[in-house]
Design a protein around this ligand. Sequence first.
Ligand SMILES: C[S@@+](CC[C@H](N)C(=O)[O-])C[C@H]1O[C@@H](n2cnc3c(N)ncnc32)[C@H](O)[C@@H]1O
Length: 260
Amino acid sequence: MNRDYENFISLIKGKTGIDLSLYKEAQMKRRLTSLFQKKGYESFQEFYEQLNKDHTLLEEFLDRMTINVTEFYRNRSRWDVLENKIFPRLLAENQSLKIWSSASSTGEEPYTISMVLSRFVPLRQISILATDIDDRALEGAKRGIYAERSLAEIPSDKKKKYFVKDGSVYKISDEIKKTVNFKRFNLLSDHFGTGYHLIVCRNVLIYFTEEAKSILYHKFSQALAPGGVLFVGSTEQIFNCQQYGLEAEDTFFYKKISNT
Ligand SMILES: C[S@@+](CC[C@H](N)C(=O)[O-])C[C@H]1O[C@@H](n2cnc3c(N)ncnc32)[C@H](O)[C@@H]1O
């Protein structure tokens, strides 16, 4: 790692609490270098000096480092497995479910969980914790207004039932909104809760170093209730999941079987 980037990492950690050293280096460096070069800066040092003074530039930096791409029912076939296999088992074993969407971006993922669960549980009884490191994404999630492309994978009955079209955008219904509680949370430094029956962590671990990932798998496993499930993204298979006390229940779904 070069000195300039190393120094930037420690300045950013001091300013924002975000530890860039736990993100894959080449990828993160490339993304940030293209941003500062576009702005006309020549080094990470110069970039930091500016973003330390300019809040808009800091926001742009945060925007660039947190990739917010998401959509409702992302990788649709996995949500069918959640609906037809995972939820029926969890609901047979538990009276109510404690659920956490742990990198929820602009809300499509936790709202999808509610829509899927609504087949089994009345919406007023559903309560999902949704967290993300990015305040702007969380604000968008709470607004619940989406472009058409975010809705491409939604089953048409759900789209009809839970969205109102307003010009070129779609507004999600209040009854779905009320099922989700959004909070800022840094997966790499904040304290995990316990007793979750379902933790969804999709398409964020890919940005972290192997070491950070392994620590997080342990923490997720500890946060799960016995029989609880960790649902990961469709490129994020966990190798050697037994070492974390997990067992594959289906592709990309890991069930907690023991403490580690
Ligand atoms: C590509 S999105 C994934 C959204 C959703 N889970 C999905 O699969 O569609 C990645 C999200 O991870 C969040 N993120 C990045 N680093 C994080 C961290 N250290 N703690 C919590 N969230 C983080 C970003 O802000 C972004 O919203």
